[in-house]
Design a protein. Structure first.
Length: 107
């Protein structure tokens, strides 16, 4: 899966991270200092999107994104999200065959 057109230099694709089971969740590099977008898809359908500029809700930006391997090909994504400031905490558990990408926001 490709990153967003508005992404910075790197989209990080969850399926290709090859994350081993860790006791501690892994921080997506830079998400503690910059706004990020998150997009997850399964079977060609968007299952999670933190970016949509057409919505006036708290799902515009994400920060402090952590990934934790849950085994069986599933991962838990822990992140803060918001409209302008990422203040709300959320957790999302992926399906085994779900792909997620994380992109640094440039807008």
């Amino acid at each position: 899966m490709k990153g967003f057109k508005a992404s910075a230099v790197f989209p990080i694709v969850l399926a290709s991270l090859g994350i081993e089971v860790h006791a501690e969740p892994l921080l997506i590099q830079g998400s503690d200092k910059s706004d990020f977008s998150i997009r997850c898809e399964k079977d060609g359908k968007v299952t999670l999107e933190i970016f949509d500029l057409n919505k006036d809700d708290s799902m515009r930006i994400a920060r402090d994104i952590y990934i934790e391997d849950q085994g069986n090909g599933r991962s838990r994504i822990i992140f803060s999200h918001g409209f302008i400031v990422a203040r709300d905490q959320s957790t999302y558990v992926t399906a085994a065959d779900e792909n997620c990408s994380f992109s640094k926001r440039v807008i």
